[in-house]
Design a protein around this ligand. Structure first.
Ligand code: GDP
Ligand code: MN
Length: 396
């Protein structure tokens, strides 16, 4: 699960990571109130208005603006709230901004003695260890740094059973060219950041930029956090951080029915039980000249309700020109699935696209019979070859 910058910063702060302070707002009026409160708390006289969307590159896309007065806070918040922000991570359609973070300006007017670093903590699946990646070249062009000068990105591996060692934190601060107070602050920062990553069961924490201020504080100015879905049950309080605005509505709908659904751009919808079979089915669709419109695994215990929920989600996609249902009757019986398809079809009504149902396994023949006798625009197949021939015929 991804969360917003402001939520990531709240988590960081709770683990003792120093952050650029801020208050979130949903209207320009709230933004001004937030700016006043922040001034009272931190003494700041300048603010940054930051669009809260689940994508990076906001600065370059016009979603991060400096405001030098309360009037400017209002103006910038008006500009940014409601805008469709397009960045290199949103895709061309962009994302609508529903919230802004009003943050204290930590670059301070006129000060030049600041440095922007890059730092992230993630899992190295090859070695089974956590890895801290960091660079002196932080800021908005980190992708270019990784691309053109990868030697400027350092890596520190951490054995998860032992945790981050003090010497490793010092090595990182040293490699970032720090000394004195900033050096000490950086070792504290890295340690707290690592603790936040481990303590939240996250799969990634990325802070870009990590700022060294002119008075030698080390602050998280941005945060990109990915909480591991498989560990969310251990962190019930993070559930409230989920923002459905940021998720594909079809995927949200699917998760309500416990369906594993990923939306794709093709024209042949598919509904399959088992992830492996779903992958194989998508290959079959491609080999038959179609493009999969989605990945959908209805799970082992598919019944009439799950089939109906799955069909509805697929049918909502206007690109879908045909649907291939590929079910292996192991635990579930094929005649039950066939019955489910027919019932769902009748319930939904007005389905104008062909549905190919391939049932194999327990009671496959019985299932085929139910489909064939239903009188609906449903084509049945038993072998994969028959199914793919049908898709080919329909797509031709
Ligand atoms: P991103 O573009 O989505 O990664 O958003 P960031 O939170 O990283 O902000 C983008 C850029 O805005 C940063 O790289 C900074 O250069 C700039 N920025 C962020 N906070 C401040 C601030 O307090 N003062 C000033 N002057 N610039 C800031
Ligand atoms: Mn950033």
């Amino acid at each position: 699960m991804n969360i917003h910058e402001y939520q990531g910063k709240e988590i960081l702060k709770s683990f003792g990571v120093s952050i650029q302070e801020g208050i979130v707002a949903s209207t320009p009026e709230q933004a001004v109130e937030a700016a006043k409160d922040l001034q009272a708390q931190t003494g700041t006289g300048w603010w940054v208005v930051k669009a809260q969307i689940h994508a990076g590159g906001r600065g370059k896309g016009g979603g991060v603006k400096l405001a030098k007065s309360l009037e400017e806070v209002k103006e910038k918040a008006e500009e940014i709230l409601g805008m469709t922000l397009v960045t290199h991570q949103t895709g061309p359609e962009g994302k609508v901004v529903h919230k802004v973070l009003i943050a204290q300006d930590v670059y301070y007017p006129g000060e030049t003695d600041t440095s922007e670093f890059y730092m992230s903590v993630l899992l190295n699946r090859q070695t089974g260890r956590n890895i801290i990646m960091y660079s002196t070249e932080g800021g908005m062009d980190i992708e270019e740094v990784a691309d053109k000068t990868p030697e400027l990105i350092f890596k520190e591996e951490v054995e998860p059973g032992i945790g981050l060692q003090a010497f490793q934190a010092r090595k990182i601060a040293f490699n970032l060219g720090l000394s004195g107070k900033a050096f000490k602050e950086m070792t504290k920062f890295v340690t707290a950041l690592y603790n936040a990553y481990v303590g939240t069961d996250s799969s990634m924490f990325e802070i870009n930029p990590v700022l060294k201020t002119s008075d030698n504080l080390i602050l998280a100015v941005d945060s990109k956090v990915n909480l591991d879905d498989n560990a969310l049950f251990r962190h019930k309080d993070y559930e409230a951080m989920r923002d459905l605005n940021e998720e594909d509505p079809a995927e949200t709908e699917a998760s309500k029915s416990n369906l594993n659904f990923v939306k794709l751009d093709g024209n042949v919808g598919c509904m399959v039980n088992g992830a492996g079979l779903a992958m194989a089915t998508m290959d079959i669709i491609k080999l038959s000249g179609g493009e999969p419109a989605n990945f959908l695994d209805v799970g082992g215990g598919a019944n009439a309700e799950t089939v109906e929920a799955g069909l509805k989600i697929i049918l909502n996609d206007p690109n879908v020109k045909a649907i291939l249902i590929n079910i292996f009757g192991g635990i579930v019986r094929c005649d039950r699935v066939a019955q489910g398809v027919v019932e769902a079809y009748k319930k939904i009504g007005e389905i104008n696209i062909p549905i190919i149902v391939r049932l194999q396994g327990t009671n496959a023949e019985g299932g085929k019979k139910i489909i064939d006798e239903s009188g609906l625009k449903v084509f049945s197949a038993i072998t994969l070859k028959e199914a793919s021939d049908l898709v080919q015929e329909i797509m031709a």
